[in-house]
Design a protein around this ligand. Structure first.
Ligand code: FMN
Ligand code: SF4
Length: 448
């Protein structure tokens, strides 16, 4: 099934330039405004508590007015494929039906929630997480092709354990069908839409990227995987389907095979032609590194005694964890923060597609948001600022001078490798949130 998009989303009145609080339509679904929470790992696991955990993570954003809340990546299979500890699996009908209180709670506040679908492929814990690997020695590592040289070198140095099973053509179809089945289950549970994790170095990016994809069958064309995945989803649900799509412009020098900004624009056009209902173009690298969360080296998180055992378990020993933290320090210099760092890329995409373009990455101030909407993008999203201020939309929607309190220090991000929750860990930022809360900055007069 293919969809033809003909209309660019327009603001609700005669103004040409949309405002943050103008509604927007994504795949036929009306969102009350253009502010979304980007997908962020909730570390909600797969157990009887998952629905409660997801609800407590996502409901505040909706209650405070977000138009759209994107649930963090969930894994389409029952085994393997988790990029980080604590990810939720969505392979089981009964379990996913039990997540219904999440969309119910978001909808009760007038918001909408999309669930993100993922499989880690060569970014999975069975490749990089030493403790997980020894606990699950028989897990298959799914790969699009034989791993590229830098990954094989990391394997020889003992930093990774790369022993992949390259997917046959039939196995690729099976994988796409798992994405489709997961989408169908989530839609049946009441989720309002589905988000494909195409840009976090997971298996979808591995299909799209010439760094990973050296196949000779029909899937040598990475966009073909998007087509098959789309068809599998559409066999089961008409819910809006969106994708985050990568440019690998921050690949280390010397890595010649990567997705350029032009490639990303072409991929977004292809996705829109296939029928995807919105795209979120993001720049990053071919590796899982700090370019998707540009900011500071997380000094406090690496030094925190409470996480040392978890880091050692993840990276194989304390000294290896030190090596990873050193690499992180070097890399943070290359991946320093830049406001709205994907704006130029999104603007280029927006000139070429007729579906909404979603901008995320370093969006921080209302004044800049107002300038970007209708120019570079149709919706704006934020990730880390929601860890710092779960009720952030109340402030941003209400105050034309509002700016987030998050300082991009990344102390919320790194500890997730040690299996702990993604929460803001910066005392000054939490103190500022407390002050704003006491002033009533997060209160809303109405929640619909
Ligand atoms: C701890 C953490 C977890 C994340 N998890 C996901 C995820 O599950 N799926 C995804 O597409 N992006 C994920 N992201 C990326 C965010 O969605 C977002 O693109 C990124 O943080 C940049 O936006 P920001 O500068 O507003 O934080 C994650 C980011 C962080 C910091
Ligand atoms: S720890 Fe807090 S201030 Fe630092 S990046 Fe995360 S949310 Fe922002």
């Amino acid at each position: 099934m293919r969809t033809t998009h003909t209309l660019k989303p327009e603001p609700s009145d005669s103004r040409c330039v949309p405002r943050l609080d103008d509604p927007v339509t994504v795949g036929g679904l009306r969102l009350r405004n253009r502010l979304y929470r980007t997908p962020l790992l909730e570390c909600a696991g797969t157990d009887s508590e998952t629905a409660d955990t997801l609800r407590s993570e996502l409901e505040p954003a909706a209650a405070a007015g977000a138009g759209l809340v994107c649930q963090g990546a969930t894994v389409v299979r029952g085994e393997g494929g988790c990029a980080a500890p604590g990810m939720t699996r969505v392979h089981d009908d009964e379990f996913v039906a039990g997540l219904a209180p999440v969309p119910d709670a978001v909808e009760a506040h007038g918001g909408r929630v999309f669930a993100q679908l993922e499989h880690g492929g060569l970014r999975s814990m069975e490749v990089w997480h030493a403790g997980y690997r020894s606990a699950h020695p028989d897990l298959d590592q799914l790969a699009v092709s034989d791993p590229p040289l830098p990954l094989r070198a990391a394997d020889r140095l003992g930093l990774l354990d790369v022993s992949p099973r390259v997917l046959s053509t039939d196995a690729v179809y099976d994988l796409a069908a798992d994405f489709g089945r997961a989408a169908g289950r989530l839609a049946d549970a009441g989720y309002h839409g589905v988000h494909v994790a195409g840009a976090n170095m997971g298996i979808v990016q591995q299909f799209l990227s010439p760094f990973y994809n050296r196949r000779s069958d029909e899937f040598a064309d990475g966009g073909r995987f998007l087509e098959v995945l789309y068809d599998e989803v559409r066999e089961r649900t008409d819910a809006p389907l969106i994708a985050k799509l990568p440019a690998e412009t921050r690949a280390p020098p010397g890595i010649r095979r990567h997705l350029s900004a032009d490639d990303c624009v072409a991929l977004c056009e292809r996705a829109a032609e296939i029928g995807f209902d919105a795209v979120a173009p993001v720049s990053g690298s071919v590796f899982w590194d700090m370019h998707i969360v540009r900011g500071e080296y997380p000094e406090r998180a690496w030094a925190d005694d409470r996480f040392q055992a978890g880091y050692a378990d993840a990276f194989g020993s304390r000294w290896r964890a030190k090596l990873v933290s050193l690499a992180n320090r070097v890399q943070a210099r290359r991946a320093s923060f830049e406001p709205a760092w994907n704006a130029d890329l999104c603007r280029r995409v927006r000139e070429r597609v007729d579906v909404p373009v979603m901008l995320e990455g370093g969006v921080r101030e209302r004044e800049r948001i107002d300038r970007l909407l209708g120019d570079a993008c149709d919706l704006v999203g934020m990730g880390r600022p929601f860890y710092a201020e779960p009720r952030l939309p109340a402030r941003l929607l209400d105050d034309p001078d509002a700016a987030v309190v998050c300082e991009n220090c990344n102390n919320c991000a790194v500890p997730q490798a040690a299996g702990v929750d993604g929460v803001c860990r910066t005392p000054e930022v939490l103190a500022e949130r407390g002050r704003l809360a006491r002033e009533g900055a997060y209160e809303t007069s109405e929640e619909d």
